[in-house]
Design a protein around this ligand. Sequence first.
Ligand code: F0G
Length: 454
Amino acid sequence: MPLMEPYRIKVVEPIPILTRAEREAAMARAGYNPFNLRAEEITIDLLSDSGTGALSAAQQSAGMLGDESYAGARSFFRFREVVEDLTGYPSILPVHQGRAAERILFGAVLKPGQVSLSNTHFDTTRANVVLSGATAVDLPCAEAADLETPAPFKGDIDLGALAAHLDGDTPVGQVVMTITNNGGGGQPVSMANIAAAAELCRAAGVPFFLDAARFAENAWLVIQREPGWAGKTPREVARAAFDLADGAVASLKKDAIAHMGGFIALRDPDLAAQCELVLIATEGFRTYGGLSGRDLEMLAQGMREVVEPEYLAAREAATRHLGECVKAAGVSIVEPAGLHALYLNAGKLLPHLEPKHFPGHALATELYLAGGIRCAELGSLYLGEEDADGNLVTPAPHELVRLAIPRRVYTQSHLEYVAEVLAEIAKDPGSVPGYRVVEAPPLLRHFNCVVEPV
Ligand code: F0G
């Protein structure tokens, strides 16, 4: 059977197609910041794979069965059954999205002065560690530093560094393994690495959690790439990963193919009870946690659909195909391509731009101006450090652009269109201008800054 999307389109939404002049006006109005664009100005939106997936007919109809009772809703018990079955954890708390799960769990686990270790903390994860008074330290494996090596598990944690920190003077409050490693190029984490990290944590008496936003995509790449796992189902592999941890937080806006939702799932009933108190005070009662009954139903159905091998195989093939088209156009990517996004090496494509002129941002802006494609940089605008006068003193290690692929939304021809626009840019990269910051807030500046072409 040739690889193709294992679904057909039942409901369609027109996408806006603007002229170059209209896009130029929109970008100038947006202060050259894609986060300030309006959706009606965008042709292909690759800003995030979070909350942007297409619902199935089965999810829509499950939504109609949503029980909106304040407490004890039928929909909660369906949701809990699915999460329990998937993770094996006895305590399940729904939350409105991933960062709420992080805030509540880390608030209960971490103490000021402690350190949280991770293969890479996602940015909200890091922020919630900091809000708990602790420090977040990323320990990516050595292979992750080389963008172009096609090593299979560049999302792994550096086990030597993990052991050294667990043995060090600063108390470690938790270890969080992000599967797949979004901040680290969407790369998967091997089961061997999860098992070894779990073992080190157990020996040190430190809780070990998964940030399981893309649990099914990680499981799929384990089946494809890790010896000993071929032939297992994605559900079995995901369960084996959950089995190794003390609990998990998850944004269900990704691998539950739904618009909103998340969970905290734990083995320790005392820790769960502590989290539940904060959940009730800040998110909602324990049987809805900031979600509607309709959401809980659609999430439960989405978690069943996302582990279907045909769906995951098609998603892998789509991202890989985009990667091949992009490379044929002369643009380097973070190798190997994962599932949820393709990361473009803008620094390599635009060597005439110094980091202080933000090559990643320049390429992201050009993709919009040339083709109405929205995406965001992961480079010095987002991760660089500046002095008090706004001069870039520490650039990001790499100048990347993330093309995040929403689930079940774009067809192969949409993705080929993206590659064609990129190919046009790659014909004359020297004409792409750099940018400088005009206005920036002190925190999370990539969301709100105003920049202008140099
Ligand atoms: N953890 C990971 C690995 C994530 O990728 C995200 C969100 C979160 C936690 C937070 O979840 O958004 O539901 O609060 N990632 C999105 C992205 C925003 O575009 O990668 P949330």
